[in-house]
Design a protein around this ligand. Structure first.
Ligand SMILES: Cc1cc(N2CCCCCC2)n2ncc(-c3ccc(F)cc3)c2n1
Length: 255
């Protein structure tokens, strides 16, 4: 996929390209908190769901750009465990988005060799939502390109609580000893166990907090915040975040 880019895309104000070195430290795992959809709609005197609908279009564009750039994992925070508290109409609308997205976009994801996965508690999802997602996961399981991981009905503290309960249970059963409970072991009991920790977190809409998202996994992640509302987020903004990640270089607490 990197064939589409020279090693360097020169930054040119007219062409809005960014100087991304596609042969060095492309973030392997990017996570995005896609915030600002309701505010986007409110600014236009539209219902909140109009912002979510517009936000879906941005998901499609950013998935393609991430795949083209050679990103290995893209985790998108689509629905948190706290989102159930929103008005029923909005929750019902949001729970229809996965199937609408997949109905219109699954063929293109398959063509792009993208693998769809879900991270979160599936039990509370409506059957129609779960069915659509399960089909997409099955239909793309052998794809070898970008792994597109939707955090759906996901909450980090719930994830960590469940992991701790399972670890304690395995110690009581004699499957593990206390000494076995290492940071690696804890990571292996989380919903994200199949993925490396995110290298870059992007959060839109100007909110500077993590909102119960991958709290354990983001320990060494580069955080990039933008005032841009998700429906206004473009490939240009995405490349800006990747360029900033490349500029910073990673130290993992070292010098
Ligand atoms: C609940 C929800 C909300 C949702 N938004 C659109 C993007 C802005 C943020 C919130 C609203 N999007 N966008 C894509 C999905 C999705 C989820 C699973 C899947 F397999 C395929 C697509 C989605 N799901």
């Amino acid at each position: 996929m990197l064939g589409k880019f020279s090693n360097w895309m020169r930054k040119n104000e007219d062409e809005e390209h960014f100087e991304i070195n596609t042969s060095a430290n492309i973030p392997g795992h990017i996570a995005i908190i896609m915030d600002g959809n309701g505010r986007w709609a409110k600014k236009r005197g539209l219902p909140r769901v109009a912002g979510h609908r517009e936000g879906v279009k941005v998901v499609k564009k950013i998935v393609r750009k991430a795949n083209d750039l050679g990103v290995n994992y893209l985790t998108l925070y689509a629905f948190s465990t706290e989102n159930w508290k929103r008005p029923k109409e909005e929750v019902d609308f949001l729970m229809k988005l996965p199937e609408q997205f997949l109905l219109s976009h699954l063929p293109e994801l398959i063509e792009q060799n993208v693998q769809v996965r879900i991270m979160g508690e599936r039990e509370q999802l409506p059957p129609h939502t779960f069915k659509a997602i399960s089909k997409a996961v099955k239909d793309t399981k052998d794809n070898t390109g970008l792994i597109l991981n939707f955090a759906l009905n996901y909450g980090s503290r719930h994830e960590m609580k469940m992991a701790m309960q399972r670890l304690l249970s395995d110690v009581r059963k004699g499957i593990l000893t206390e000494e076995d409970i290492t940071e690696e072991r804890i990571s292996s009991y989380l919903l994200s166990s199949q993925y490396p920790d995110p290298d870059l977190l992007i959060r839109t809409s100007g909110e500077i907090r993590l909102s119960n998202f991958m709290l354990w996994q983001l320990a060494y992640t580069e955080l990039w915040f933008t005032e841009v509302l998700w429906p206004d987020f473009t490939e240009h903004h995405f490349l800006e975040a990747v360029q900033e990640y490349q500029r910073r270089g990673r130290r993992y607490g070292g010098v």
